[in-house]
Design a protein around this ligand. Structure first.
Ligand code: ADP
Length: 498
């Protein structure tokens, strides 16, 4: 660095002008501080010269970023301010005299608290560990300065000599890794993703409480390759826009709500669900868009490859084709989220919905080797809605019922369609494993699934719930006394819809 003002002021006996210049610069650049040190680390001028916590006269010769800059390189360091006690990111540069020798060091300190505050306010959980495994930034302030694994003597000595954490006790972080994809912290289970942050060898750790989202991501990585970065981008995106927007909205709502606690809680849950769905919509739009082209290219290659006898004889062609089908299925499911509610409503008969769905799932029902009972009302049971979407709901419910019965002997699937109290009802009942004490809201969270990776995306119920909501209806889930579950779709009968 060769700023004449810095050099001349440094050679001047009074640093008054420089102090003020630094203060201006720091204000404009949004820095916590910018300061100039001599070759011993003594602060000669500083932007915070006129504050109580002025750095002037302090000596930071013990900080590694000072020594690195003194040796002619840029230094970077994260630490708790020795003077302020506030954590910050320090960047230092050497200052050269007119002969080209390092004459002093200039450093800036960035305040990291804003970043941290935005995390604290967000509902997601993020923390960042440094090269030693010490948590240096965290959405949960009580996790700060904990170590992910015990430090060696050498690391402890170095941290002490740098006064990196201002003498704060560095206790071990009470977390337990469950496999590669999950962690348990303070009795809460999270899906866990971590990625290097490049600078300083830091690692960003991102926690999601949706149980299986990461397994979905692994599946996606397998299929799409490199989609992990998309997940992280998604996480960042979620953090930066949706969560913030949802939070702002929820905060505005909250101030207005003078309702009871339960109402407030419901509103918040709904908000977080909608914001997740909205984020999912954005993600789905980009994923389906990005994958549309490569998938159709693969179809073309496959069509060409079918001519290759060797490929065909080894079943390669068929296997590849199945994989492409699967990818297409996934994008089809995702596509649902990208344009909800833009179809026209018509009179739809539940009976016809049932007949069409049977054609789609007949094969699965037969393959499941179960008893199948139906009780279908003889009238047409009309509702206002979109037929394809209502069919999608019934397909999802039947597929879930079959999945829940896959390990049960003598299982029975029953479907009932009837009219009751001016409502059209479809009930799908199974004698499967039931859903225990989990609530429907939990089951219908996007990506929530208990199915093995590759079998379920955890989107069936969230798609179904969204469709039923669009139709002004209700989805009810109940466990049956003798085992199994019943899902009931209830919509207003068409004559009752305006
Ligand atoms: P997926 O079927 O892909 O897992 P869904 O959103 O359709 O996704 O369902 C989410 C979860 O809800 C299932 O993984 C399962 O744990 C539970 N579930 C849904 N339907 C049933 C059912 N009929 N019986 C028991 N559990 C069910």
């Amino acid at each position: 660095m060769r700023y004449p003002i810095v050099i001349s002021a440094y050679t001047d006996s009074s640093n008054d002008l420089l102090n003020r210049q630094l203060a201006n610069f720091s204000r404009e650049a949004g820095l916590e501080a910018i300061y100039l040190m001599d070759k011993t680390g003594l602060v000669l001028a500083s932007s915070n010269f006129d504050t109580q916590q002025s750095f002037i006269g302090k000596n930071y010769g013990f900080r590694p970023y000072f020594n690195i800059a003194l040796s002619g390189k840029r230094g970077e360091f994260f630490g708790v301010g020795a003077t302020t006690g506030r954590p910050g990111y320090f960047i230092s540069e050497p200052v050269y005299d007119h002969l080209g020798n390092v004459s002093s060091v200039i450093a800036i300190k960035l305040d990291v608290r804003n970043l941290q505050k935005s995390w604290e306010q967000g509902s997601e959980r993020v923390f960042v560990s440094n090269r030693d495994g010490v948590i240096v930034l965290s959405s949960n302030p009580t996790w700060l300065y904990k170590t992910l694994s015990p430090l060696t003597e050498k690391q402890m000595a170095e941290i002490a000599s740098n006064r990196q954490f201002g003498g704060k006790p560095l206790s071990t972080f009470a977390w337990e890794k469950i496999g590669k994809t999950a962690v348990s912290i303070e009795d809460n289970k999270f899906i866990y993703v971590s990625a290097p942050a490049k600078r300083l060898g830091w690692q960003v750790h991102y926690l999601l409480s949706e149980r299986r989202i990461f397994e979905r991501a692994t599946l996606t990585t397998f299929i799409f390759g490199g989609a992990l970065s998309a997940l992280l981008a998604f996480a960042t995106f979620l953090r930066s826009t949706r969560i913030k927007a949802a939070l702002l909205a929820s905060q505005a709502d909250r101030t207005q709500l003078s309702a009871t606690n339960t109402e407030l809680k419901n509103a918040q849950e709904e908000l977080s669900r909608t914001s997740k769905l909205a984020a999912l919509g954005q993600l789905s739009a980009s994923v389906t868009h990005e994958l549309g082209q490569p998938i159709s290219a693969m179809r073309n290659y496959l069509a060409a490859a079918k001519l290759d006898k060797e490929m065909e004889s080894r079943n390669v062609w068929e296997k590849l084709n199945m994989l492409v089908d699967r990818m297409e299925n996934i994008t089809k499911q995702l596509r649902f989220f990208t344009k909800p509610g833009d179809e026209k409503l018509e009179n739809v008969s539940f009976r016809n919905v049932f007949t069409d769905v049977m054609a789609l799932v007949e094969h699965d029902i037969r393959a499941a080797n179960i008893d199948f009972e139906t009780d279908i009302c003889s009238s047409s049971v009309l509702v206002r809605g979109n037929r394809l979407r209502l069919e999608q709901v019934l397909v999802n419910l039947i597929k879930n019922a079959l999945a829940a019965m896959s390990s049960i002997e003598g299982a029975v699937l029953s479907i009932v369609i009837r009219e009751e109290n001016n409502r059209a009802l479809i009930s799908v009942q199974d004698t499967g494993i039931g859903f225990g004490d989990r609530k429907l809201v939990q089951l219908q969270e996007p990506f929530y699934t208990t199915q093995a990776s590759g079998d379920g995306m955890g989107l069936g119920l969230s798609i179904s719930a969204a469709i039923i909501e669009e139709h002004g209806g209700e989805l009810i889930a109940e466990n049956l006394k003798n085992g199994g579950a019943r899902f009931i779709v209830s919509l207003p009968l068409s004559s009752n819809v305006g």
